[in-house]
Write a protein that binds this ligand. Structure first.
Ligand SMILES: [Zn+2]
Length: 414
């Protein structure tokens, strides 16, 4: 897109700017965006995308609307409680902005084929769990294709923008596969959940949280050995609360309430609408930059602290490092030593199972039963024959794909 704009540079600035504006509007109007999650963050993202000129949005969320969502998930009303978030959100946006088409899905993200995700240059995720993030991260990595020189084919790159909030704090990142760190690269940096020392809980409680943790972690299994604790069951939670209260009185600790009990047991951090709005707007601005080719992208991670001990608020932008041994986005190279007179079939024992080995874009070995037939004659060829017939190139590494990643297979000749 930039190249089209450059051809206008000799023209007047006004005309150039007008054209540039048109190109941007068109870029927004002709591309589809996928939003995963129609909760607190999702509502904000959908609204901002639609009001900014995106004409087709797809949204996935399998959750239904709960009464407690209504304070911040502003696309939902009391009458919508119990209905699917994705469907109600889509209906609301289309009613308010008729030029925007929103297509809802109420399935798990894992139930869609890769071809579905391939339609979207940008996927914005407003998810609330690590597993779903890891899954969609893998999808954007899998969609990338490479040319014979192992270079990423740019057109096949899909971007993942991932936002998240926790109370007054939030973060957003842009994942450009094989360019930035992926989600998996940074998994070890996830903050550990707040945990209390067991000995403190059992013998020297000092905080109301310690008393609640005692009732939850120790007393429940001791006194109700055959009942599985249901965190959404009022009677169960009230039992924990009453036991925690007794214990707090024993140790002269104030502050045990039913609300705090829910917070400790469910590890709840209150959702703050303004944090969602802030993070959603960062996500959508990054989406516009990618779709229009204007401006440079966030590289690649931003943290927002609505609460900071020293300065009150804080903001931090860092470039996350790619992990060399990342199981998703590192390119593993396998070195194999053979004789030129060996048959290709010697590789069968040296490659991991369930793999497809390719050379010059053609399959040489596959474990796919349906496709297996027809490869026997190639397996019987020697490496020298394969080189002579130009089926493999002596200097270029072969590519092996398994379900999860690409492996470079470098053949060395004795
Ligand atoms: Zn990675």
């Amino acid at each position: 897109m930039n190249s089209i704009l450059n051809t206008f540079s000799p023209l007047s600035k006004d005309l150039y700017n007008e054209y540039r504006g048109q190109v941007m509007v068109e870029a927004l109007a002709t591309q589809k965006v996928l939003v995963i999650g129609a909760g607190g963050l999702g509502c904000e993202i959908l609204k901002t995308l639609a009001l900014s000129g995106i004409k087709e949005i797809h949204v996935i969320d399998l959750d239904t609307i709960d009464l407690t969502n209504l304070n911040r998930q502003f696309l939902f009303r009391m009458k919508d409680v119990g209905k699917y978030k994705a469907e109600v959100a889509a209906e609301f946006i289309m009613k308010r902005i008729p030029t925007c088409k929103v297509i809802p899905y109420t399935k798990k993200i894992q139930e869609f084929p890769i071809s579905f995700y391939q339609e979207f240059p940008v996927i914005i995720a407003g998810l609330d769990n690590v597993e779903a993030r890891r899954w969609i991260n893998r999808v954007v990595i899998q969609m990338v294709q490479r040319d014979e020189n192992d270079k990423v084919i740019d057109d096949t790159r899909h971007y993942l923008i991932d936002g998240g909030t926790e109370g007054l704090n939030g973060q957003a990142r842009v994942i450009s596969p094989f360019e930035t760190a992926c989600y998996e690269c940074t998994l070890s940096q996830l903050p550990k959940q707040l945990q209390y020392q067991m000995c403190t809980i059992a013998s020297t409680p000092r905080l109301p949280e310690h008393c609640i943790a005692y009732a939850y972690e120790i007393l429940w299994s001791k006194e109700q050995p055959n009942v599985k604790l249901d965190k959404d069951n009022f009677e169960h939670m009230n039992w924990i609360y009453q036991k925690a209260l007794e214990r707090s009185k024993q140790f002269n600790i104030d502050g045990v309430t039913y609300k705090l009990t829910l917070g400790v047991v469910k590890n709840i951090i209150p959702a703050v609408a303004s944090t969602n709005a802030l993070i959603a707007s960062i996500c959508t601005v990054e989406c516009f930059k990618i779709l229009t080719g204007n401006g440079s992208q966030l590289n690649n991670y931003i943290q927002w602290y609505g609460q900071n001990h020293q300065t009150g608020v804080g903001i931090n932008v860092i470039q996350q490092e790619r992990l060399e041994e990342c199981t998703e986005c590192s390119i593993q190279t396998l070195e194999i030593l053979v004789k030129r007179t060996d048959k290709l079939s010697v590789l069968l024992t040296q490659l991991p199972p369930d793999i497809e080995l390719c050379s010059k874009g053609q399959t040489l070995i596959t474990n796919n039963i349906r496709r297996k037939q027809g490869f026997d004659h190639i397996l019987e060829k020697t490496f020298q024959e394969l080189i002579d017939e130009q089926l493999i190139d002596e200097k270029t590494a072969l590519k092996a794909f398994d379900k999860n990643k690409t492996i470079n297979v470098r053949i060395n000749y004795e």
